[in-house]
Design a protein around this ligand. Structure first.
Ligand SMILES: C[S@@+](CC[C@H](N)C(=O)[O-])C[C@H]1O[C@@H](n2cnc3c(N)ncnc32)[C@H](O)[C@@H]1O
Length: 225
């Protein structure tokens, strides 16, 4: 099966042979692809909604994967036990919801736990959570799918405390890369910040937000290749 470029990028970031929990699975394309591709022996596919899990059930039936994919209703990771997860994938939702799901999980700070995250907005909230909670962001990749740019974050729990610098939370490791897509993605973020700061300045507003914007812009200008 072909789950599309975006979910293929998530699948490529999953570690081979690990038990995967896919949160917000909807149609379960990612779990199905991981298993059919031989990358993953077993997946737990969870979703908060009965409708999405019905979509997932159809995919599981279509590819005869009922012995390899378990479907379960769960709000975030609430109905998942720690021993069920080695790699956790959360894709296709906003960064605020993703951060809420991560922060509500009591057992997330587990040695060697690997997160594969594709936030579709508010990515800085996700990075801030990761850095403040002992996760190391080891890689971020940008991909283009149907004319839109997406980011995939790979993070491991190692228990180290890190500073959540505004600029780093906003741009992450993107400025360390030279490829065209990543540069375009970072430049686009930079332009959005410039527009917002200009709007505040035009309205003579000088507040926490304008200071935050200035920090982020200075980080970009200092670190861009
Ligand atoms: C846009 S779909 C993404 C599907 C798939 N992960 C992808 O990337 O294509 C988002 C899914 O997240 C589910 N969802 C939203 N909030 C959730 C939560 N708190 N816990 C689990 N699933 C949730 C929705 O029901 C929906 O099926």
């Amino acid at each position: 099966m072909n789950p599309g470029k975006r979910l293929t990028a998530a699948a490529e970031t999953v570690r081979p042979g690990k038990r995967v929990v896919d949160v917000g699975t909807d149609h379960a394309y990612l779990p199905a692809y991981l298993i059919l591709d031989g990358k993953t022996p077993h997946c737990l596919a969870v979703d908060i909604g009965a409708g999405p899990l019905e979509n997932a059930r159809k995919t599981v039936e279509k590819y005869a994967l009922s012995d390899r994919i378990v479907l379960r209703i769960s709000d975030g990771l609430h109905a998942v036990a720690p021993e069920e997860a080695e790699d956790i994938t959360i894709c296709g939702m906003g960064g605020t919801l993703m951060t809420k799901i991560l922060s509500e999980c009591k057992w997330l700070k587990k040695q060697d736990l690997h997160l594969v995250l594709q936030p579709q907005s508010h990515v800085w909230e996700v990075r801030t959570f990761l850095l403040l909670n002992g996760f190391c962001i080891d890689n971020e990749t940008v991909l283009e799918d149907a004319g839109k740019l997406y980011i995939t974050i790979s993070a491991f729990y190692d228990g180290q405390e890190r500073e959540a610098d505004n600029g780093f939370c906003y741009f992450g490791t993107l400025l360390q890369k030279n490829d065209t897509l990543t540069c375009a993605y970072a430049e686009n973020l930079y332009r959005q910040l410039c527009i917002r700061l200009q709007a505040l300045q035009n309205a003579n507003v000088c507040n926490d937000e304008s200071a935050w914007l200035q920090n982020c812009l200075a980080f970009y200008e200092k670190n861009k290749n």
